[in-house]
Design a protein around this ligand. Structure first.
Ligand code: AMP
Ligand code: ZN
Ligand code: FE
Ligand code: FE
Length: 277
């Protein structure tokens, strides 16, 4: 069982990286990719705690955009010490702090009792909207994370939403590839969460050396999966499946969707940054 997209408390998951690999082993996974938003900080603790019988693909999910539309790029097995890439990841993380502070200010200005200290306490690494959502829950303003992500609160372009810095996806791909990494387009058709890019962007990404499309994902309908599978096959891209696990911050379990072993071989075969552990 191969799950190529998970989050730990190094970003907006709720399980620390060392506990996550143990949990993955207990859940029966053979391979897990740790892909925290805009960071590699979870790599070392996850690697140190890696149980026998579980392999670790080190990765990150990078905040990108194209033509003003946000999208997520999964980057695997790149050199974490690459200067240009690590500098850009730092810029993305820094911008997330100012942006979360902005959302807190907007909420406070409307009299909602949420503080930056609360968000800071909930975030252990890369700050994300799920931390603000948890703060909203703690303060009794919403009943669930899902509700916090509605247009009345911090859903994309919602009342108290603020945008963050994103890398142009083609620039991000060049950086990842130069650092020896491999790229997969994360949940390309997750349109319930905001606008998604068209086929033209998938084609541009394929021309830039994209390896695959994440097709089997909780946010994709059956029709979307069929469409993306055909697109992948037409463009010579591999197809991945993964849980996008976030612990208690999202209702999906580890291994909810999986990737074929031959696809992992393609990904690891193309990478020159770091190895699968
Ligand atoms: P951010 O990257 O800070 O803008 O936050 C986006 C993160 O929030 C993504 O990683 C999603 O996993 C999570 N997210 C987005 N929409 C929802 C939702 N409706 N319910 C729970 N989590 C969500
Ligand atoms: Zn997330
Ligand atoms: Fe994502
Ligand atoms: Fe994710």
């Amino acid at each position: 069982m191969i799950d190529l997209h998970t989050h730990s408390s190094a970003s907006d998951g709720t399980t620390p990286p060392d506990a996550l690999v143990r949990e993955a082993h207990e859940a029966g996974l053979d391979v897990i990719a740790l892909t925290d938003h805009d960071t590699t900080d979870g790599w070392e603790p996850a690697a140190k705690a890696l149980p026998d019988g579980l392999r670790l693909v080190r990765g990150s999910e990078i905040s990108c955009s194209r033509d003003g539309i946000s999208l997520h790029l999964l980057a695997y097995l790149f050199d974490p010490e690459d200067d240009a890439l690590s500098r850009q990841l730092q810029v993305l993380r820094d911008s997330r702090v100012g942006r979360a502070e902005r959302m807190v200010s907007l909420l406070a200005a409307d009299g909602h009792p949420v503080s930056w200290e609360q968000v800071e306490r909930l975030a252990d690494g890369t700050v994300g909207r799920p931390h603000v959502a948890r703060a909203l829950m703690e303060s009794g303003l919403v009943g669930s994370i899902e509700e916090a992500f509605s247009q009345d609160w911090i859903g994309t372009r919602g009342r108290y939403w603020a945008g963050k810095h994103e890398l142009d996806v083609l620039d991000a791909m060049r950086l990842v590839h130069a650092a020896g990494g491999v790229t997969v387009f994360a949940h390309p058709g997750a349109d319930a969460r905001g606008r998604t890019v068209g086929d033209d962007v998938i084609e541009e990404m394929a021309a830039e050396g994209l390896t695959g499309l994440e097709v089997d994902h909780v946010d994709h309908t059956a029709e979307t999966r069929d469409r993306l599978r055909s697109k992948a096959s037409a463009l010579g891209l591999v197809v991945t499946g993964s849980s996008d696990y976030h612990g208690r911050n999202k209702q999906v379990r580890l291994g909810a969707h999986t990737t074929a072993p031959a696809v992992l071989d393609v990904i690891s075969g193309r990478a020159t940054g770091v190895e699968v552990l």
